[in-house]
Design a protein around this ligand. Structure first.
Ligand SMILES: [Zn+2]
Length: 415
């Protein structure tokens, strides 16, 4: 048995204001067990809020706490049952430091979640403090806390998607608050039905507040917004618009390269052969020089671009149109001049970008809407990169649900 002074010190070190230490034992192989008792002399009935001093029974059990140095710490706690004189029923008391039916303290759970977010479940579990099952339970509890809160004050929503398994067509949708740049939901699929279900669960009040929704150029998303978010303007995300233009440019590049390769096989004179080989040389490895934002090219890529433009007149025009479009997005601050500039762009692009031209005409209102507030899911890029990292380190997450929880916790878990 320890003396009173030691008990006081142990309680101070433990630093949980709801309990005091009454004794301790040290076991070499196991760790330290601290026997505790609640400090309060009464319980508060969860049904009626009445304080009760009438002890019904003691209920002692052992839970894990934060380790002390190399030693594992166990707390023997007494979660007493009291009998409420109003309800005439027994109830067991609540503690802030430890939830009911959990085998660990809340502060241990918080620390473990933080570690899992920085590493992965397996490596945290391998330290032997908590089991994989306990970690999954901790993540689930924490994510339920997040799920309880509907998005508040959501004005600008972004809908985007990320590939779960590359090349497998397996995508999940990510809903983002564009003002806080935080994901608010990670959905198991990007289908209209799944998105509708989530949005509907937020309730009309939340949906009516939303003023703008940024989407890629997919009709399915547009339908959802029109149906469920009555006051929102749909904005076609400018980066997805650029993606479309870049795709068409790249298709042309590949096609010209193939054609030249065929021609080289057929030509007979050495003059023609060397002329075509020069073109092929310019086309080789030209993808990034052509597609990247011109301002971001390094010297080698700049030279590549000059070389390419000198021998491929169509790609030259297309590249200039692509850069022109980016400038329009960057420099135009009002929808009115944007209508004219984009109109001019389209009239030139019609022959060079027939696919993009058609898409632009179908989405003209939504593309122009960008110029009202500059709303874009561009911030999503950062979110996507972080999610990709989580995905890569998600080894040990048994299923999508764990992955989803981990993503949400990465942005919303504060302890
Ligand atoms: Zn009661």
């Amino acid at each position: 048995m320890v003396n009173k002074k030691d008990i006081k010190i142990l309680s101070q070190i433990l630093d949980i204001d709801e309990v005091k230490v009454i004794s301790h034992s040290i076991y070499n192989e196991i760790g330290i067990i601290l026997r505790t008792e609640p400090i309060k002399l009464y319980g508060v009935c969860p049904s009626c809020g009445t304080e009760s001093h009438k002890l019904h029974q003691n209920h002692r059990h052992i839970i894990k706490d934060l380790p002390f140095g190399e030693k594992q710490i166990f707390l023997e706690i007494n979660r007493r049952q009291f009998k409420c004189k109003i309800c005439k029923k027994p109830f067991s008391e609540e503690f802030n430091f430890a939830q009911k039916k959990r085998t660990y303290t809340q502060r241990l759970a918080n620390k473990i979640i933080q570690e899992v977010l920085e590493n992965d479940i397996q490596s945290v579990a391998s330290k032997g403090i908590v089991t994989t099952e306990e970690i999954e339970r901790m993540l689930k509890d924490a994510s339920e806390q997040i799920n309880l809160t509907k998005p508040t004050n959501l004005k600008r929503l972004g809908i985007d998607e990320i590939a779960l398994i590359k090349g497998k067509g397996n995508y999940c949708a990510v809903l983002i608050d564009l003002d806080t740049s935080k994901p608010i939901a990670i959905l198991s699929a990007r289908t209209q039905g799944v998105i509708e279900e989530t949005l509907t669960s937020w309730g009309v009040e939340v949906l009516e507040q939303i003023k703008e929704v940024s989407i890629d150029l997919w009709q399915g998303y547009k339908n959802v917004v029109i149906e469920l978010i009555p006051n929102a303007q749909v904005v076609a995300d400018r980066f997805h618009v650029m993606v479309q233009v870049n795709k068409e440019l790249d298709t042309q590049r590949k096609q010209e390269k193939r054609q030249i390769e065929e021609i080289i096989k057929l030509v007979t004179t050495s003059d023609e052969k060397s002329k075509n080989e020069k073109i092929l040389e310019a086309l080789k490895n030209s993808k990034y020089a052509l597609l990247k934002n011109e301002l971001n090219l390094n010297d080698e890529q700049k030279n590549k671009l000059i070389q390419l433009k000198a021998v491929c007149p169509t790609l030259k025009v297309m590249h200039e149109l692509k850069e022109k479009l980016r400038t329009i997005f960057n420099k135009t601050k009002h929808w009115y001049p944007a209508v004219f500039k984009l109109g001019m762009w389209l009239s030139k692009a019609k022959t060079y970008f027939p696919k993009s031209n058609n898409t632009f005409i179908r989405w003209f209102d939504e593309i122009i809407a960008y110029f009202d507030n500059g709303t874009t899911s561009g911030t999503v890029e950062g979110i996507n990169n972080k999610i990709k990292l989580i995905k890569r380190s998600a080894y040990g997450f048994k299923n999508f649900e764990n992955f989803r929880v981990r993503c949400l916790l990465a942005w919303h878990f504060n302890c």
